[in-house]
Write a protein that binds this ligand. Structure first.
Ligand SMILES: *Cc1c(COP(=O)(O)O)cnc(C)c1O
Length: 371
């Protein structure tokens, strides 16, 4: 992996925004509810280690990641709080998870049986049982299977720490709450056979914690709203203002004047109709700036300017309001004077969701941090 420190394109991450968002979330929660910060996928592109440090300062008590290696990265950075791996893993990986105190989502008795064999002497694996209440992704669906897994955990307390039970909502960010209610009922039905409950019971992602505060549990897995974004995109209003943490900036590296009839970029998809000034920005689809953004806008000198021609692998071209010097700041995401381009607008233009834009920024986009 190469980080392109020597070019002006930067993702600027405001860690104070992340801390503010966590404080806002904490104020929405009950006194017995904790927050685990979801820092999978390099903290949604914001940088897992830096975000984890900031989140810890703001009072989160644990972390969620998707894969083992993300958990190891946090451990190596000195994060000693509980870490839950949200994905399913092979029993072969049990020794490394146990050795690093990484708790893992489990959805089969067979995994536990195998895990018991793979555990080395003195090792203990922390387990959160996943329940499939309607997402159809991972989890136990039947009370009997869940009961068997719980019994196995409780019969092997030297090998397993039964730490949690959880589920995930498919539509917590939607206007209609019909399916949410179905899932909640399924959760209650499944959990009713587990007595006593483990210390963590959790169903809420950002959306459920914002719009379904009655969903219960004593832990919120806080992802997208920690980064300051509305989980629903535009479908639902946020009950509180959150602060987007990421902006994406660069500079014009080349400026030229086109004569009427001259064209721009691969496939010459844009042709100047009059004499006009254009600039080149060092950001392209290899950086996670989607090719679909041809025709979208960026901010230069406080004004919205159109991306013209096809976005290249490493660069794109933009129509300027007038001749501007090389080195002029370009804002792809964020504010410039009175204007703002949100990541939601970028995502809509690219026909996707802000989550995907955030996760798509490659290592080549240097992250710089504001504290
Ligand atoms: C990614 C993820 C989350 C975080 O979701 P947000 O919408 O970003 O809050 C929570 N729980 C699970 C199981 C996840 O996979």
């Amino acid at each position: 992996m190469v980080v392109a420190w020597h070019r002006p394109t930067k993702a600027v991450i405001d860690l104070t925004a992340i801390k503010k968002n966590i404080k806002i979330e904490k104020n929405l929660l009950g006194p017995n509810q904790q927050i685990f910060a979801v820092v999978k996928a390099n903290a949604y592109g914001h940088g897992a280690i830096q975000v984890a440090y900031a989140a810890r300062q703001a009072g989160v008590t644990g972390f969620c990641v998707a894969v083992i290696d993300e958990g190891l990265q946090l451990r190596q950075a000195g994060i000693n709080e509980p870490i839950l791996i949200l994905g399913i893993n092979s029993p072969v990986t049990v020794p490394v998870m146990a050795a690093n105190q990484l708790a893992v989502a489990v959805d089969s008795l067979e995994f536990l049986r195998q895990a018991a064999k793979y555990l080395q002497i003195g090792q203990r694996l922390s387990v959160h049982l996943a329940l499939d209440t309607g997402m159809s992704r991972i989890g136990f669906k039947k009370q009997a299977d869940l009961q068997a897994a719980v019994a196995f955990l409780r019969n092997n307390p030297d090998k397993f720490d039964f730490a949690g039970i959880f589920s995930h909502f498919a539509t917590a960010d939607a206007k209609s709450d019909d399916y949410y209610q179905v899932q909640l009922a399924n959760f209650k039905r499944l959990v009713s056979v587990v007595d006593p409950l483990p210390r963590y019971v959790h169903v809420a992602n950002s959306a459920a914690s914002l719009w379904h505060r009655e969903c219960g549990g004593n832990l919120v897995r806080l992802g997208i709203s920690m980064y300051g974004l509305n989980p629903s995109g535009k479908e639902l209003q946020l009950p509180q203002k959150f602060f987007p943490a990421l902006s994406l900036i660069s500079e014009l590296v080349s400026v030229r004047q086109l004569k009427a009839g001259e064209s721009v970029g691969y496939g010459k998809t844009y042709t100047a109709t009059e004499n006009e000034w254009i600039g080149t920005v060092p950001l392209g689809y290899a950086d996670g700036w989607p090719r679909r953004l041809q025709g979208a806008q960026v901010l230069i000198a406080g004004q919205k300017c159109e991306i013209i021609g096809r976005i290249c692998m490493d660069q794109f071209m933009v129509r300027l309001p007038r001749q501007l010097p090389v080195g002029t700041k370009v804002t792809m995401i964020g504010k410039d004077q009175q204007n703002e381009i949100t990541i939601q607008e970028v995502a809509e233009y690219a026909k996707t969701i802000h989550y995907e834009i955030l996760c798509g920024f490659s290592d080549r986009v240097a992250r710089v941090y504001l504290n």
